[in-house]
Design a protein. Structure first.
Length: 204
């Protein structure tokens, strides 16, 4: 099987790290459970300048390398690769973050997965004038059976694959979102995701 996996808040605890950065830089003490919007500018009530500074800080290589792994991610994905599944990490991070992201993957047991930077969020997110390594037209040529994603803003990248099963990693900012189809399943952790893909929990 071919499996799409998002990076931030699927493989690692990015938003949690950003709550710490927002507190340190701007004195914004927003508990993780109160991060209700995928757009962190909105969640932390930041000005445009503050948001840009937050994003720049969060994408420095040392900071990217410090993000904690989401429990069970490497174990589950390693198991998939051992079973012959193909795993592609499709991140909305800009290509300028590629090297540090690749290093993070290698350090955390994801040496065997491919990493692609796709402009998922357009001008609304991340760093201005970013470049990305995966062109949209090439992304649309890829085929996936499963996708692991936390961001409702990325669901539009799945509409061309009606058979795709989308495993939505449960996060505070996607709890109020209405899923676009019956092929979307909320998953609280990697063990639930593993069971869905293995067929231990049936997916409709
Ligand atoms: Mg994400």
């Amino acid at each position: 099987m071919k499996i799409y996996v998002d990076f931030d808040d699927c493989l690692c605890e990015t938003a949690l790290a950003f709550t710490g950065i927002a507190a340190r830089m701007f004195g914004k003490n927003i508990p993780y459970e109160k991060v209700r919007f995928f757009n962190l500018q909105k969640s932390f009530a930041l000005t445009d300048e503050e948001y840009e500074a937050l994003m720049t800080e969060g994408h420095r290589p040392e900071v990217l390398l410090s993000y904690e792994e989401t429990p069970g991610a490497a174990l589950t994905i390693g198991g998939w690769l051992d079973s012959g599944h193909e795993v592609s990490i499709i991140t909305g991070r800009p290509y300028s973050a590629y090297e540090a992201s690749r290093e993070w993957l290698d350090r955390h047991g994801f040496e065997r997965v491919s990493l692609y930077c796709l402009d998922k969020y357009g001008r609304d997110s991340f760093i201005r004038d970013s470049i990305f390594s995966l062109e949209l037209e090439d992304y649309y040529k890829m085929h996936f059976d499963y996708a692991v994603e936390d961001s409702p803003a990325a669901f539009r990248f799945f509409t061309h694959l009606p058979e795709l099963k989308v495993l939505v990693f449960d996060r505070p900012w996607n709890r109020e979102c209405e899923f676009p189809g019956k092929n979307y399943f909320r998953c609280p952790d990697w063990e639930t995701i593993r069971k869905r893909v293995s067929g231990e929990t049936p997916v409709a």
